[in-house]
Design a protein around this ligand. Structure first.
Ligand SMILES: Cc1cc2nc3c(=O)[nH]c(=O)nc-3n(C[C@H](O)[C@H](O)[C@H](O)COP(=O)(O)OP(=O)(O)OC[C@H]3O[C@@H](n4cnc5c(N)ncnc54)[C@H](O)[C@@H]3O)c2cc1C
Ligand SMILES: *[C@@H]1O[C@H](CO)[C@@H](O)[C@H](O)[C@H]1NC(C)=O
Ligand SMILES: *[C@@H]1O[C@H](CO)[C@@H](O)[C@H](O)[C@H]1NC(C)=O
Length: 509
């Protein structure tokens, strides 16, 4: 063989190879594509990340999803009698486009819709009860709260309009390196201000009345986040959007989305608890060094580990949520970031409600309220009480009136005592209690949110929960992380943290 032609070909190849990989100059040891990616956590965040990673990195990369409990995480059901019921995340907003896309992709139908009726309880009596007649509700509201109601809808719509921009950005492949940059891209300084103010401050400044905040807004933040109107304004807006009409759930249970995403992403589920992640540098073939993440876990057959090019952490790094030790990182990565998660206990009771507990004189057979919200008062030991329908609505199902034994869901900050249960229910035959560390305990003004980028090629999804915790927020964060991982791998800086995307993309619609 002629050495000269060989070297010429080699040079040509090298040249092509180099120009093709020009962007990788600072990481020459990396392969064209990552070989293995680890996702820690099999909730909606982790499984959505697996789905989007597959989209970004193609069919060859191996994706492992580690889960120490059950797939679904905070999306979970329990069986009572013949039916399953949601105990965790339950409703989805009609404009949650990623969640919508997932069920279409997987082929899951939404759950059949049933009408609902809301009332507000002050610890003694029902201070408001929705009527079956729209016009009566409207007049009642107008009389007591003036135009606050209509204003609130406009206020939430204004936030939602800006929120929706994220879908276009992600469609075009743009990603953000921090929660603050992501929020800023959606809603500019107004979103950062919302993050740093309480919902109460934000709404009072916009002219809402204190009575309206106490009697209408607080019950909504209590049912959705177990907290008062002192949560941040952004999660407050998400919470108020959760009182819109058209909310939906997944037929058979929301956690089915997670199972479907795992299947569609063709990732491998590893049942095990990740105990530590360390960064290892090794000599590579080409005489340079290569960095890997070593993921150590305890699985069904004892301790084991795997080496990965990219890691996505999809579980909250907070006290009581997960304990992952990070070693070999500089600066160090903490197992737990500051701030704690708020406890919400979900108690499902199959029994006969004591309607007099709600201070109503209505006979139980005519009591058709499905959701009882509560005001923030000393007398309220519960955050909410709802009549619960199964995750799959059987043919011919009608929600029974309160005079029949059925399943109720109570949210409370503490487990209910026997006495409390006995005063709320005339009789009951089964109780299922799930104490969740449910969502962050929001205390604005807030220090910086935890980072999305933990290290070179290691990303963290749940930082987004400090803006707001919801299924769609985890899905948005998952897509953002997959895009970030892709762009940083291929060093495509033009797709990260771009300013003014809204005006720049306007022409593209
Ligand atoms: C009671 C309640 C009601 C809610 N209501 C709604 C609602 O109506 N609508 C809505 O949109 N959102 C709601 N939410 C919020 C929503 O459920 C969450 O924001 C969302 O499910 C979070 O998903 P995630 O995947 O980010 O986290 P998680 O679901 O917490 O997933 C993390 C997973 O990681 C696993 N894990 C942890 N540590 C390790 C480890 N070391 N190794 C391996 N695996 C590990 C956990 O077992 C878990 O499965 C509610 C939450 C609760 C608790
Ligand atoms: C929020 O306020 C804190 C302290 O007041 C400040 O350090 C932080 O930068 C602010 N964050 C935003 C996003 O404005
Ligand atoms: C029902 O609730 C009322 C009002 O709280 C209470 O006085 C009564 O004792 C309760 N009934 C039962 C059977 O506990």
């Amino acid at each position: 063989m002629n050495p000269h032609t060989l070297s010429l070909r080699a040079l040509l190849l090298l040249g092509l190879w180099h120009s093709g990989r020009r962007s990788l100059a600072s990481a020459p040891e990396l392969q064209d594509q990552p070989k293995k990616i680890a996702v820690i956590g099999g909730g909606i965040g982790g499984t959505a990340a697996a789905f989007y990673l597959r989209e970004e990195f193609g069919p060859v990369v191996k994706i492992d999803v580690f889960e120490s409990g059950s797939v679904g995480g905070r999306l979970a059901t329990v069986k009572m009698g013949d039916y399953e019921y949601e105990t965790g995340g339950s409703v989805i907003h009609p404009l949650n486009l990623h969640m919508k896309h997932f069920i279409e992709k997987i082929g899951l139908p939404p759950r059949k819709d049933l009408p609902s009726k809301m009332a507000i309880f002050d610890g003694k009596e029902l201070v408001f009860e929705e009527s079956n007649w729209f016009i009566i509700n409207f007049l009642k509201m107008l009389w007591r709260y003036g135009l606050n109601f209509i204003r609130m809808q406009m206020w939430v719509e204004g936030v939602l309009d800006k929120f929706m921009r994220i879908y276009q950005y992600q469609q075009y492949g743009y990603s953000f390196s921090s929660v603050e940059k992501l929020l800023h891209a959606m809603g500019g300084d107004s979103f950062l201000t919302l993050m740093n103010q309480t919902l109460e401050e934000a709404m009072l400044a916009d002219g809402f009345s204190q009575v309206f905040l106490n009697e209408i807004v607080a019950p909504i933040t209590r049912v959705n986040y177990g907290q008062s109107v002192r949560i941040n304004g952004f999660v407050g807006a998400v919470s108020l959007a959760g009182a819109d009409s058209g909310l939906w759930a997944v037929d058979g249970g929301n956690k089915r989305v997670c199972l479907g995403l795992l299947y569609h992403s063709r990732s491998e589920l590893i049942s095990g608890k990740v105990t530590s992640i360390s960064y290892k540098v090794r000599p590579s073939k080409r005489g340079t060094t290569a960095g890997f993440y070593e993921v150590n876990y305890v699985g069904e057959s004892g301790s084991a580990h795997g080496l990965y090019d990219i890691v996505i952490v999809a579980t909250p790094l907070h006290q009581g949520k997960s304990d992952i030790a990070f070693s070999g990182f500089s600066p160090p990565i903490p197992s737990h970031y500051p701030g704690r998660y708020h406890q919400t206990v979900a108690t499902l009771v199959h029994g006969l409600l004591n309607v007099s507990y709600l201070g109503t004189a209505e006979p139980a057979s005519e009591f058709t309220v499905s959701d009882v919200l509560t005001v923030d008062s000393k007398g309220s030991v519960i955050h909410s009480l709802s009549s619960l329908d199964p995750v799959h609505i059987p043919e011919g199902y009608k929600r029974p009136p309160a005079s029949q034994a059925k399943v109720w869901k109570v949210f409370s900050p503490q487990p209910l005592t026997q006495e409390q249960l006995q005063s709320m229910f005339l009789s009951y035959d089964s109780v299922s209690e799930t104490p969740w560390l449910a969502y962050p305990s929001y205390r604005p003004p807030q220090r910086r949110s935890p980072p999305f980028i933990l290290h070179d090629r290691m990303y963290y999804l749940n930082a987004v929960e400090w803006a707001a915790s919801a299924m769609e927020m985890s899905a948005i964060s998952a897509r953002n992380a997959a895009l970030l991982a892709h762009h940083r791998w291929h060093e495509q800086g033009t797709k990260v943290d771009q300013e003014d995307l809204h005006t720049r993309l306007r022409g593209e619609l």
